[in-house]
Design a protein around this ligand. Structure first.
Ligand code: ADE
Ligand code: ZN
Length: 336
């Protein structure tokens, strides 16, 4: 079996996917046209040409501009369905999707417009494609904590449809401590907790996300290798890391994939997973992330099985939901 076929056959969970980051330029223009929204680029080609990033902020500026095409419930539904079709092709059985309500409510959209559209797509993905999913609301860390509290208030009537909260956007200068109170409130509400940490920011932010925010997973966390004691501790604690190699490459966290810390993290016993982050902007969905990383870091099939297994173990599903996926994974591993 060729490597890409083996990767596709592995049942996997995608645990780090920003739904707004799966908006392909073609769909962006289609929506902008039907919604009468003016985009900063003349056409699809010009848009793709602008996707030459130098760091996280240079990406975020373009990513927030693109989200302006999303206006109606239908747009959020169509966006998520387009992602689910791509995920199906890559052998994703389960996904925990990030969404950024503040990006949309700041433009005057109702919180419910966003949630209703995404939720309808999640149900359709289950019934039509057999993909299960959960929604994770991310707070934008460049905004004040009071804004996060206001967003949480909007979310509270809908907590049966929101599984957890996360923290994203500009990392440097916006440490986990800034959001300690709102995360404590989310914890009281019984929400699952995750946070981006150690993408561009220091390893200290990873420790603070765990110790101050009590997150159950670290998103990115690739700078953990700067702190060997922290690596040892988080390996012991089995904290999952949702690593996104093509994102790190495009945002110049590493100069090339062969220098990525993923293999060292895996070798140190950390619960590493592979994910796509913002696939429409970074040149590949989850399968491409597995494939290019496997080639650059010379990952064995065994290591790829471990990564896929980590994604199933790191997901927020029940053991009963997880069991058939794990069984299938072990069968694929044996057949390799
Ligand atoms: N929002 C979307 N993608 C992100 C990333 N890679 N880091 C921080 N915030 C984000
Ligand atoms: Zn991310």
């Amino acid at each position: 079996m060729e490597l890409h076929e083996f990767i596709r056959a592995l049942p996997k969970a995608e645990l780090h996917l920003h739904i707004e980051g799966s908006l392909e330029p073609e769909l962006m223009f289609e929506m902008a046209q039907r919604n009468g929204v003016k985009l900063p680029y003349a056409n699809v080609e010009e848009t793709r040409a602008a996707y030459a990033f130098t760091d996280l902020q240079s990406f975020l500026d373009i990513y927030y501009a693109g989200a302006a095409a999303l206006i109606h419930e239908r747009d959020f539904h169509d966006l998520a369905m387009a992602y689910f079709y791509r995920a199906k092709v890559d052998g994703v059985v389960h996904t925990e999707i990030f969404f950024d309500p503040q990006t949309h409510t700041a433009r005057g959209l109702a919180f419910e417009t966003v949630l209703d559209g995404l939720e309808r797509a999640c149900q359709e993905a289950q019934s039509q494609l057999g993909i299960s999913s959960r929604l994770i609301l991310c707070f934008l860390r460049h905004l004040p904590e009071e804004d996060a509290f206001r967003t949480l208030e909007q979310a509270v009537p809908h907590l049966s449809r929101i599984h957890g909260v996360g923290l994203d956007s500009s990392e440097k200068g916006h440490p986990p401590a800034k959001f300690q109170r709102v995360f404590a409130k989310c914890r009281e509400l019984g929400l699952h907790l995750v946070a981006h940490a150690g993408e561009e920011g220091p390893a200290d932010y990873i420790r603070d996300a765990v110790d101050l925010l009590h997150v159950e997973r670290i998103d990115h966390g690739v700078r953990v290798t700067d702190d060997p004691a922290l690596v040892e501790r988080l390996a012991k604690e089995k904290i999952p890391f949702t690593v996104c190699p093509l994102s790190n490459l495009k945002l110049r966290v590493f100069p090339d994939l062969s220098t990525h810390s993923l293999k060292r993290m895996l070798g140190a016993g950390l619960r590493v997973t592979i994910n796509s982050d913002d696939p429409a902007y970074f040149g590949g969905y989850i399968g491409q992330n597995y494939l290019e990383t496997a080639k650059a870091l010379k990952l064995s099939k065994n290591e790829l099985v471990t990564i896929a297994r980590n994604s199933l173990l790191g997901s927020f599903v029940t053991d009963a939901e997880r069991a058939p996926w794990l069984a299938k994974l072990e069968a694929v591993a044996k057949s390799a």
